[in-house]
Design a protein around this ligand. Sequence first.
Ligand code: PMP
Length: 353
Amino acid sequence: MSRFLNAGYAGLAAYVPGEQPQDMQYIKLNTNESPYPPSEHLLDAVSRAEVAKLNLYPDPDCRLLSRAIAARYDVAPECVFLANGSDDILNFCFMGFCESGVIFPDISYGFYEVYANLYGLNYSKIPLDRDFSVDFRDYCGAGRSIVLANPNAQTGKAISVGQIEQIAASNPDRLVLIDEAYVDFGAQSCVPLTKRYENLLVCQTFSKSRSMAGARLGFAIASPGLIADLNRLKFSTNPYNINRLTQLAGIAALEDGEYYDANCRKIIETRAYVRRELLARGFYVTDSSANFVLARSDRMDGQALYEALKRRGILVRHFSDARIRDCIRITIGTKQQMDALLRKIDEIMGGSI
Ligand code: PMP
């Protein structure tokens, strides 16, 4: 740290992204990326001719992409906001809508707490149930802003749209932010509810189901008032937060819905296969609606299993939070990648029991 940093930031605990090591080729099951590449159509859309236009700023209003998202989700374009990954949207929401305090689950996306600290917010972490479920009643009439990932991060478990509606209806004067980063892998989206609840904001990303983690594109859908607020924050920080190539890639991905839907179906199938195989080996495995599962074995500590897999060329994610430190989080890759994982687990743990 230098002498120049504002005192208020001295104690800031920054978010630690999943590792992206360069030392060797790993089977990467640690950051919930898609194992499938972007579609051919997308590769063509980001053409040499477009790259040649990089001397020009991108459209700060992302009009073509906003319209494409509005059409895909059956909402008005003024209900759509685009940003540099959904992290960018979360940042604006914590910056702009949480001064009366905010709550989120104790086990969820780690960035929520980082943003709450960054903005000096009063926040509480609401414990998940013993089986890692979100109890929606904990959030009804909370009187503070609410941030929920659905499906939830780290566990993959989802709550129903009806439960989210009860949360939104019982907190009419507070923002309810539903982070649907993983919704395309088997949960139900609450986007339609945004037409009826002006306090409900849904954010999604192109990073997972649309194979675009490297392009950085996220979007929010909400009432026009909330979207105007997000734009005010964006235009007060970085209006050009989505580059030209990413805007084009986003439009192309939306035009190729069938390709990405088919990939999601493959991931859902592979998730069921891995879950069955791990259960057969005596693991506890969350009933996930996301592109990952959280798994634990009584026979081996989470940190030790993470390390043993890494030594054998497979990266999974381990968290040090007390409630899940005995677990590993495994991104669902291709069937071949998951078979390699299972073989390594058998090698490490001595086969099925
Ligand atoms: N929300 C959740 C729950 C996540 O797990 C992630 C990614 N790890 C994000 C948001 C951010 O995704 P991105 O910025 O790539 O859109």
